[in-house]
Design a protein around this ligand. Sequence first.
Ligand SMILES: NC(=O)c1ccc[n+]([C@@H]2O[C@H](COP(=O)([O-])OP(=O)(O)OC[C@H]3O[C@@H](n4cnc5c(N)ncnc54)[C@H](OP(=O)(O)O)[C@@H]3O)[C@@H](O)[C@H]2O)c1
Length: 289
Amino acid sequence: MVRLRAGRLTGLMTTTQQGLTVVTGGTGKTGRRVAARLAARGRPVRIGSRAGTPAFDWEDPASWPAVLDGAELAYVAYQPDIAFPGGATAVGEFARLAVKAGVRRLVLLSGRGEPEAQAAEREVAAAGAEWAVVRASFFMQNFSEGFLVDAVRAGVLALPAGGVAEPFVDVDDLADVALAALTAPAAPDRVYETTGPRLLGFAEVAAELSAAAGHEVRYVPVSGTEFVAGLVAEGLPADLAAELGALFGAVLDGRNASVAGGVAEALGRPPRDFAGYARAAATTGVWAR
Ligand SMILES: NC(=O)c1ccc[n+]([C@@H]2O[C@H](COP(=O)([O-])OP(=O)(O)OC[C@H]3O[C@@H](n4cnc5c(N)ncnc54)[C@H](OP(=O)(O)O)[C@@H]3O)[C@@H](O)[C@H]2O)c1
């Protein structure tokens, strides 16, 4: 169904497809789950990614209007990382463009304890649309779908995390919260601080992964410098490795070592636990040697 409504800032009539949701990063860890949940409810979805149609690239603002054309809702997952320099500026520009294009509600995926990410949240809240922020802790799926999958397979987690504890969150919970925020009748206009149900140190995570994967996974604490050098040795460009090193140094300094209630506040149920995640991930064979 197609309906017409006025673009908020331009005053021009724009064609808005009822319920059409742009899902940026729509083939990624959170975005593909958000897109699948919307599609399962019969809602129209447009994937915002470089491989999408139209192609959408965070690095190319000229590609942004086409992906927003006619959309009513948007899920915003920034690339490469919302905490990197420039993240807040890009997200703010995208949010304001979305509002001009007639987008009624924006749901931003953000990160905990990251100044650039919190700046991006403020940009979205001030853009002129209804909004919600899903402010996530460290994803469980980093170990099975993200940058740590090879490390788990190899059995060595070398991270600059010392003895810090982290409330790892399941991205299926993030997708559930994002879906609820996108589809709730009333504007959320709030931050959901989304973590898992318990704090785990990386040594405990390694033990959980060992039990699930069926081979030993060791946690080896390394310095920030060693971590960055390891990323470069694996082929990551030096500037990206340095930014990741800075990010890890910040978010794993203990500032995020607390659980928060965003999943229960949004969904009325507790968040998923790491042990269940690890068992389910292992059954897919992702860590098989
Ligand atoms: N990992 C964590 O623990 C964690 C915690 C808190 C917050 N976050 C935040 O989560 C966000 C990432 O979300 P995610 O993990 O769901 O995504 P992801 O899995 O990293 O994203 C991959 C998706 O992004 C698209 N993509 C990659 N580069 C792009 C570009 N230049 N322009 C447009 N699309 C691009 C990919 O499609 P194409 O290849 O087709 O473009 C794909 O759809 C980041 O902003 C990060 O800061 C992560």
